[in-house]
Design a protein around this ligand. Structure first.
Ligand code: S3P
Length: 450
């Protein structure tokens, strides 16, 4: 998001059945990584299906600033001519990562072990998010960081001239932190080791292996240990980005709660470290099937078919599933409001430091639409009264958070009265075609005058 973008209020009205095929864009996590690893390889990486959302475009621009040649060939096809591990040039401008925590944290890691200086900033949401979780482990490599109070952006990093390899136990379950440490470890001699208590998304490990890095992943009593041998020569790759399960979640969940719906969402990445929502929905009684299961580009992929599911029930979502569906709790809470009974979501403290405080944002907006929600520091619970029970008529704040905006617009599709969001602009960070895609299925979302 541009720091000064004017808000785009949107309203979603109750609609008839959602039907058809929803071709959601490429995976955001994989798109960031494809650009960054492409920039760190020597030679030309080809990427198809890249997500052309604002977050990823900001990362593409940043890779150019560090010296890579990044070219948009149209239709999601991009090439990156990389500079090699340790080859990053010093940018001559501030790196603006917009709304993207993934972008800034991974890029910080990628530059932290090169003898260059870079300054990072973002929009109001990103500049309020904690960065010490990344700069603390990067300091172990010898990288210095100076930012605002509370470890917030804008922030300048002075990369380590003589980096040391690092052994780091993740204090929070975060793929962004894990990836920042691994990317920094690329230009440190010897073995960098990251240990995570809970398995978080593993796209960085998979992609590093594909690019030719030596990386060993072992599951043990401590959790998952990832060992990377530093200073590899990364070989350029052809990467086909699968469609994003976190974006698929919106048409899938909308179909489950709007009477009469039947929607096919093809080609969705079902990496087990990402697919927790779909497992949860099935446990709730969703009519959600995987068709044509296959493997594409090293990731499991399937076509998802979601049909209106009038008999969904509230459940307790296991806390140890949180990492595999961390971005999906906002839309799950919308489904929970339309299921029968209480859905309890625990172990989700990380939601408080996403693009917004997602527990607070969802609880406040759901209450404004007549739904009962209880919350604590790292949990929340939604009391659902079944299909058609949500009053709606709320005006919900999106807090510069794409997933909050989309969740409330989906709520409006199944509520008795329309639901509004104060700003749908952030949707363009991850799902630029959300409005037209949902309209093609039968939703009624309109932009309101400011
Ligand atoms: C991401 C990791 C998650 C997720 C984010 C994307 C990634 O953040 O919320 O949207 O691509 O690594 P954390 O790793 O901080 O939980």
């Amino acid at each position: 998001m541009s720091a000064n973008a004017a808000p785009i209020p949107m309203t979603s009205a109750p609609c008839g059945p959602l039907t058809g095929v929803a071709e959601v864009p490429g995976d955001k996590s994989i798109s960031h990584r494809a650009l960054i690893l492409g920039a760190l390889a020597l030679g030309e990486t080809r990427i198809t299906g890249l997500l052309e959302g604002e977050d990823v475009i900001d990362t593409a621009r940043a890779m150019r600033a560090f010296g890579a040649e990044v070219t948009d060939h149209g239709g999601g096809e991009w090439t990156v001519r990389g500079v090699g591990v340790g080859g990053f040039a010093e940018p001559d401008q501030v790196i603006d990562c917009g709304n993207s925590g993934t972008g800034v944290r991974l890029i910080m890691g990628a530059m932290a072990t090169s003898p260059i200086v870079a300054t990072f900033t973002g929009d109001a949401s990103l500049n309020s998010r904690p960065m010490a979780r990344v700069t603390d482990p990067l300091a172990l490599f010898g990288c210095q960081a100076v930012g605002r109070s509370g470890g917030r952006l804008p922030m300048t990093l002075i990369g380590a001239a003589d980096p040391l390899p690092v052994r780091y136990v993740l204090p929070v379950p975060s793929a962004q932190v894990k990836s920042a440490v691994l990317l920094a470890g690329l230009n440190a001699p010897g073995k960098t080791v990251v240990i995570e208590g809970e398995a978080t998304r593993d796209h960085t490990e998979r992609m590093l292996t594909a690019f030719g890095a030596e990386i060993i992943v072992e599951d043990g009593a401590e959790g998952r240990t990832i060992t990377l041998t530093g200073q590899p020569e990364l070989r350029p790759q052809s990467i086909a980005v699968p469609r994003d399960p976190s974006s698929a979640a919106f048409p899938v969940c909308a179909a489950l709660i709007v009477p009469g719906s039947d929607v096919l969402v093809p080609g969705i990445g079902l990496n087990p470290t990402r697919a927790g929502l779909f497992e949860t929905l099935r446990e709730m009684g969703a009519d959600l099937t995987y068709e044509n299961l296959r493997e594409e580009g090293g990731e499991p992929v399937a076509d998802l078919r979601a049909r209106f599911s009038p008999d969904m029930r509230g459940i307790e979502v296991p806390a140890d599933r949180a990492a595999s569906m961390i971005d999906e709790y906002p839309i799950l809470s919308v489904v929970a409001a339309n299921a029968l009974g209480r859905t309890v979501m625990t172990g989700v403290g990380e939601l408080r430091v996403k693009e917004s405080d997602r527990i607070d944002a969802m609880a406040t907006g759901l209450r404004a639409c007549g739904v009962t929600v209880d919350e604590g520091e790292d949990w929340f619970a939604v009391d659902g009264a079944g299909p058609g029970s949500v009053t709606g008529a709320g005006v919900c704040a999106s807090h510069l958070d794409h997933r909050i905006a989309m969740s409330f617009l989906v709520l409006g599709m199944a509520a008795r009265q329309a639901v509004s969001v104060d700003d749908g602009g952030p949707i363009a960070t991850s799902f630029p075609v959300f409005e037209s895609l949902m309209a093609d299925l039968g939703a009624t979302i309109r932009r309101e005058p400011c």
